[in-house]
Design a protein around this ligand. Structure first.
Ligand code: SF4
Length: 144
């Protein structure tokens, strides 16, 4: 990995740390309903730097590629119902909560952090904007 990428990934981790520091009251019971993309009809949209960090998490778990989830859920959802890259999961997984848990964070609460991530993509030379998680992650895994 290039030195510049390492520095940008470290900056992304500091964005994630700020999300935790600015956490709003939510009652997530880890039911992982939001990880079931086919059921919800929604997929996280990620910056390229988020996809790169998620790919690092996939590699750290010993995998080289993704296997589609049989029920159309996130391919990173484990058989035990837990996220297999929890520490590397994208921003959307940290800020989106289902209705019973209290709902997603309001955009104005996180917009500054989103702009910081977009600026990291610019520094990577990526100007195409954010993309659906699975496609962005598959590309990041090829590159990693
Ligand atoms: S990355 Fe983890 S938390 Fe996010 S949707 Fe996939 S399994 Fe769920």
């Amino acid at each position: 990995m290039k030195k510049e990428q390492k520095a940008l990934l470290a900056e992304l981790k500091s964005v994630y740390a700020e999300v935790e520091a600015q956490a709003l009251p939510r009652q997530c019971e880890m039911r992982t309903g939001c990880c079931h993309f086919r059921q919800t009809g929604k997929t996280p949209i990620v910056t390229r730097i988020e996809a790169l960090l998620a790919a690092q998490g996939v590699r750290a778990s010993g995998r080289k590629k993704l296997t589609p989830h049989p029920e159309g859920a996130c391919p990173l959802l484990g058989k035990d119902g837990r996220c297999t890259i929890y520490a590397h999961r994208p921003f959307g997984c940290r800020t989106h909560f289902c209705g019973p848990a209290g709902g997603p964070y309001p955009r104005q609460h996180v917009v500054g952090l989103i702009h910081r991530m977009e600026a990291l993509d610019e520094q990577l030379g990526w100007h195409d904007g954010s993309r659906p998680f699975e496609a962005a992650l598959a590309d990041a895994l090829q590159e990693w």
